[in-house]
Write a protein that binds this ligand. Sequence first.
Ligand code: H79
Length: 414
Amino acid sequence: MKDTKQQWFKDAKFGLFIHWGLYSLLAGEYKGEKTDHIAEWIMNHLDIPAEEYEKLAEQFDPVNFDADALVKQARDWGMRYIVFTSKHHEGFAMYHSQCSPYNVADATPCKRDILKELQLACEKYGMKLGLYYSQAQDWHDPDGYVAKKDNSQKNYREYLDRKCLPQLREILTNYGEIALIWFDTPLATTPEESEEMARLVKELQPNCIISGRIGNGLGEYMTTGDNFIPRHPFEGDWEVPATLNDTWGFNKDDHNWKDAYEIIQLLVKINSRGGNYLLNIGPDGTGRVPEESIKILSQVGNYVKTNEEAIFATKRVPVNPYELTWGELTCKDYHLYAHVFHKVPRVEILNIENKVKRAYLLETGQELEFIVGKTCEGDGFINVELPEEYKEKTYYCIGLELEEETPVFHAIRE
Ligand code: H79
């Protein structure tokens, strides 16, 4: 069972992933050719030579990027941590690196250290800062791995010593407290090499959490497949990295946005099963966050902020043999929370053994009537009565104060 030993991560429940790099300038299209894959992969997918691709840096001048405003917004969306792409597979460092001039402060006209800007904003707003670092794939370095290509001629050791390890040292030394490091696609990285990376991280920042994708089983929590949710409650610390549309990096042609209601349901479902939801935005080449993302996240934020008690610091709900027709449950110390997403005349929970002290609406604090009883077959149930106007409502949450520390469900009777 994976254990980060970091209470902030277990409590966080909701985080912001930011994919931003040179690919954002292309927005899914290069020289009239569009990519129909995740947009940050455009260099690879359209086989753009490194000497051509690197020229993009000359255009990188993100006049619309405001780290302070973005971090403040993330707080308002109810998020507790941020993971930022310090270097994606393209190989471009989004901070001032001393070991490679291919970085945002040296190779662009703007000369800005984006990571430094984010660090300061995160410190100001009490936001945990995590960093994505593509440790194995680097399509700019001649010795970095490239997925699904023949890497046999690469001197990976050279790349590790020249770029990967020195850059890890930089991002873990020059940017204050890094709460988490998000590795990705280890490919042929050996156990010894992963071990070396992990040792470096812990030597520089003992509290920095190492994500699941360092490879070779060395991650301190489980990262699910992109956009994949475990079907059952999952023990230990884990996280679902996910997108709002079908890309991580900005793609001007991807309008396949999930709506806010779907995102709220996914968040609560993931929390209910014990995980964190790391939800992505892809700013465009100017640093502007897509309008649609802001709209969705603001709506999600309203729900999260109103019902924060039922999201933040909640724990995995024990296996419930019955599917709920109206929504999802979350829980924490002596409380069970019913998130109601569908219209119901009253909220019914079946096969539950707990005694209830009190039921209330989270958004108003209003006390609610409830019945704790047994069906004719002898199964425990809780029914919560709703005020008239709530019988027509959806997306609200009911708190139940329990006599017992955790909810207790029993198996379906044979
Ligand atoms: O950062 C985001 C992705 O860019 C990264 N992980 C998330 C968090 C990621 N790296 N690899 N993958 C996701 C999966 C790769 C899928 C691929 Fe393909 C399928 C690579 C090659 C075939 C899609 C199709 C991308 C290029 C061609």
